[in-house]
Design a protein around this ligand. Sequence first.
Ligand code: ADP
Ligand code: ADP
Length: 231
Amino acid sequence: GATIRLEGLTKRYPGSALPAVDNVTMEIGAGELVVFVGPSGCGKSTTLKMINRLIEPTSGRIKIGDEDVTDMDAVKLRRKIGYAIQSSGLFPHMTVAQNIAQVPKMTGWSRSKVTARVEEMLDLVGLDPGEFRNRYPRQLSGGQQQRVGVARALAADPPVLLMDEPFGAVDPITRDHLQDELIRLQHELRKTIVFVTHDFDEAIKLGDRIAVLREQSHIAQFDAPEAILTN
Ligand code: ADP
Ligand code: ADP
């Protein structure tokens, strides 16, 4: 993992009276799993999208390690940051293998390395490569799609993983499994993870630290789960 530093991060959408994200400053440690929890509309997705450079900040800086995200080209960014979203974000016209292979391919991995990596990633998320490699997303259950979404996000071995309500669209039992899997995976991989949810129980279960956000992503608390629960 790598450290993520947000410095005075602000996003004002055109035509909005108030910023969606207002002057957020925080540091996330290398290998730490930080959960952003807060009500719908408080700016969680906007913050993740700025880290991922899917949207431009109005002001402020984002650093990964000692590098400014704004200085990275698209390919380098993809190598640094994996992104997993609700309803998996998979391309429907691509097979499971093609979806997982996309970012490694884009970053110039050899064909044989990519093929081996696809197998490894499917194993990692508990899907049998022989059975799932050639399926299309619509031929998978919701939980299986989310697993592939996580495999895809991790395929190029990025130090940073951003997860935007990745388990929001699956049933409670599957969600519980996927959460356990993420905890196990994180013990093994030690990525720097920012995980967004509006579910407080999920935040408490997963977070090394939890940022409790109010409107405009104002940080109400930023602490370990035990400390959050006793306050
Ligand atoms: P969350 O992820 O916490 O639900 P968002 O980051 O999606 O919150 O949204 C934060 C605020 O920004 C909300 O008020 C939302 O309506 C607004 N917003 C989000 N995307 C846009 C956009 N593309 N244009 C204008 N306003 C937006
Ligand atoms: P393009 O414009 O090159 O097609 P998009 O921004 O539309 O790229 O993203 C294409 C896919 O890549 C989407 O599924 C998105 O979720 C995923 N994606 C975006 N940013 C990243 C990232 N940093 N790492 C991995 N996948 C990403």
